[in-house]
Design a protein around this ligand. Structure first.
Ligand code: URA
Ligand code: SF4
Length: 194
């Protein structure tokens, strides 16, 4: 298998016309962050601010994500942040099945190259796309092993904006995520945290 660089994927995304979201976007939004990241965060799709800037999680949801990272002592530069779909759906509607499928190659390649210790799935869209899950409210905090990858499931940071009651469970999930990462690095057996 030929591993491409993240840089190459970025250029492919920027000029991609594989689905109709390319017609309404201002900028495509490739993933951003550390190519050696131990954690990759996967959101849904770019919003308005991201579309304007061409970078993931730079608007109000991004501010919440930054706050959560800071809460657990992680810098944005140390992790990698990306989305299921790389172009903004009009009016921030959810991406369609076709759009998610058309875009899935990019996320798969990002994950292949970075090969993180754990992938943090943010919200229901990423949860259903990556793991076929449905209910974040019930499943948040769970660890899922699939195709030799490890996933951690939690709410989308934007959920806090509408529902402040989720601040505390989200913070708790992020603390657990970092704790789990520590255990993985220590070589703890999977049964310890699954
Ligand atoms: N919401 C997402 O899911 N991704 C972003 O990049 C911004 C907001
Ligand atoms: Fe290409 Fe993905 Fe953008 Fe569609 S959403 S045009 S597949 S980069």
């Amino acid at each position: 298998m030929i591993l491409q660089s993240l840089e190459k994927i970025k250029y492919k995304v920027i000029s991609c016309k594989k689905c109709s979201l390319c017609e309404s976007r201002t900028h495509a939004v490739p993933g951003k962050g550390n190519s050696k990241a131990e954690i990759v965060f996967v959101g849904e799709a770019p919003g308005r601010s991201e579309d304007l800037k061409g970078e993931p999680f730079v608007g109000s949801a991004g501010k919440k994500l930054s706050d959560l990272l800071e809460h657990v002592g992680l810098s944005r530069d140390s992790v990698y942040i990306t989305n299921v779909v790389k172009c903004r759906p009009p009016e921030n509607r959810q991406p369609t099945k076709q759009e998610k499928k058309a875009c899935s190659d990019y996320l798969n390649r990002e994950l292949e190259i970075i090969n993180p210790r754990i992938i943090c799935v943010l919200g229901n869209t990423a949860y259903s796309s990556l793991l076929g899950g449905k209910n974040i409210t019930k499943d948040h905090g769970k660890i899922v092993r699939k195709d030799k990858r490890l996933y951690f499931v939690t709410f989308h940071p934007a959920a806090i904006i509408y529902n402040p009651k989720l601040v505390s469970p989200l913070k708790k999930d992020f603390r657990r995520l970092v704790k789990v990462l520590g255990k993985i690095k220590n070589g703890s057996p999977m049964e310890d945290f699954l």
